[in-house]
Design a binder for this molecule. Sequence first.
Ligand code: PGA
Length: 254
Amino acid sequence: MRNRMIAGNWKMNKSYSEGVVLAQGLARELEGGTGDVDVVVCPPTVDLKGVATVIEQESAPFSLGAQNAYFEESGAYTGETAPSMLTDIGATYCIIGHSERRGYFGETDEDINKKAKALMAHGIVPISCCGESLEVREAGKHVEFVVDQIRKDTEGLVIDDPSKYVVAYEPIWAIGTGKTATADDAQEVCGAIRKTLAEVFGQEVADGIRVLYGGSAKPENVAGFLEKEDVDGALVGGASLKADSFAAMVKAAM
Ligand code: PGA
């Protein structure tokens, strides 16, 4: 049995003070609880402490996630954040392998695999992103492409508790474009992801790993994705920047 998950990726939006206000607004919207839905908020690094404080003070029913981490423990890596620093600040999730990091910052599957291992060694749950470009989709190679990413990103990982590893399928052509994949498109790839996870980790583990859809997910369309067998939630960009729209998506998942 997989609990659904709604995760918000604020990307490079919201200053420290704006982040606190958004987290407070979300805490108010969700004060009745989120049922069986796991809710995660991933603000920019400089906002993490502020959001952690809101979660603690308001006993907010959501968890804190980072948007990136480095795989080394400490040292001369200017500008980077170590997994232990995230743990110390109260983050329990971390997005890795987002297409914006792969595209703009040259992250490779090997980097993403190392990041997953480093995070899991510190008890942080990776939300590991994958997804194809429009070019790959139009060539009809999207399933093959994503399956290859999954194999590389999970190589050598040890997953004892499947609730501690999350995959997000985010077709690049649907991110921030307003162009969503259909629920059937999402199911096709999320189903292939689960099948690959079963080949790598065994069926029982694969059945416990949450596979999220991301890419222009919003209150109006999230229910359609959630109806699909292998779609366990959403990774939400734009619609996570307003407390009411993000809360509406959580409620749609409850
Ligand atoms: P979007 O972003 O919801 O704004 O399309 C999703 C993501 O990139 O995680």
